[in-house]
Design a protein around this ligand. Sequence first.
Ligand SMILES: Cc1ncc(COP(=O)(O)O)c(C=O)c1O
Length: 452
Amino acid sequence: MASSPVGVPWRATMDEWPRSRELLALARQSLAGGVNSNVRLGSPPTPLFFTHAAGALLHDVDGHTYIDYALGQGPMILGHSHPAILEAVTAAMAAGQLFAGQHELEITVAQHLVRLIPCAELCRFNVSGTEAVQAALRLARAVTGRTLIVRFEGHYHGWLDNVLVSVAPPLERAGPRTAPHAVAGTAGQSLAVLDEYLVLPWNDLALVEALFAARGSEIAAVISEPVMCNTGVIPPAPGYLAGLRRICDSHGAVLILDEVITGFRLGLRGAQGNFGVTADLATFGKAMAGGLPNAAIVGKRALMQRFAHDVNHSGTFNANVLAMAASAAALRELERDDGAVYRMLDERGTALMVGIRTLAAQHGLPVLIQGFPAVFHVAFTELPAIRDYRDYVTGCDRERYRRFAVALLRRGIRVIERGIWYLSAAHTPNHIDQTLAAVEAALLEVFAGPTP
Ligand SMILES: Cc1ncc(COP(=O)(O)O)c(C=O)c1O
């Protein structure tokens, strides 16, 4: 077996995961489906078991090493096992874990957010992004005295009953493109929540205007990913986020930007900084905590202040010592040298995006890459752009992409099979070169014949 310049064991025919399969069978005896998040159930060729991760590399129980573009579904922006995170968490661990009371690090992290995030005048912490979104929706309803929420098809805001609506609806149940039905996302879901949502396709401001003209006085909030990362990494159309801001203002509705992916990934000021739009409330998670569970709702003082009075926001593990220590260290690293990490991510991510595009063009393959250097999407499609959920579902060869993800895995590259790629500060130019070599081979493999 040859070894690459960065030390990744290179196995062009890596196709066996016997120990992962064995462990999965064992896990299924005591864990439903053998996993702890349904997102992991479907991972082809089998949910893998890992032993350790450092930098950009991930190691599995079968002795394979991967250059990792899944990055824990986004959080590991500094790379795995970053020394600053390990040091901060280890030191904090020794001082105690949970006080059922306040400690100074929570002020430190909140101060970072208030300084950096355009809408952040006050903050509250949670353990998961899902919870932070719950807090935002509750607060929006409290301050407006209204119930309805406008949300967009294909956006993801967590797994709970009241938000798992029209995230990936089967088109036969999704209704017309311009007036989608609210579709439940799981068996067992309370169907009452469907009446609380007005669903629209994303990136079509005229439809939002028309909806508010008809029902504006009933609408508490618009919730949106500022970039539609969960389906296609679709950037907002020029003026779209500003348009949402204007419409919310003129109808007294709350604008919630769900920055759980974009926050501290697109830049130090999140998508709000990138696009120059300030939300009323925003939610953060993933990249803000170096891999530990931490999330935040931040927003305008007049709204957030309600948490100090009549709007409940709680949680045993909120602002726990380890999460705060990890966040303080992660934010310090991300801010270092005026955000030097982001300049590096821009450079390397651009090289990767351009490299894949160039390979596809050289071989005449229909590969579309859209998004940003630190988070982008790769799709097999003839479309010039994926504009919304329906484009993604009808216009992309998702089955071929899943085979591509496995073909990459066999070559020591791990990507998420729905097309999103995350980059970390630990990905070096060598990793990028090696990835491009694997991408070329994997593309040729999956486009070699007709889709089976
Ligand atoms: C935009 C967005 N919001 C909310 C969530 C939920 O966050 P968590 O998985 O931490 O509950 C996610 C998770 O992927 C997300 O992408």
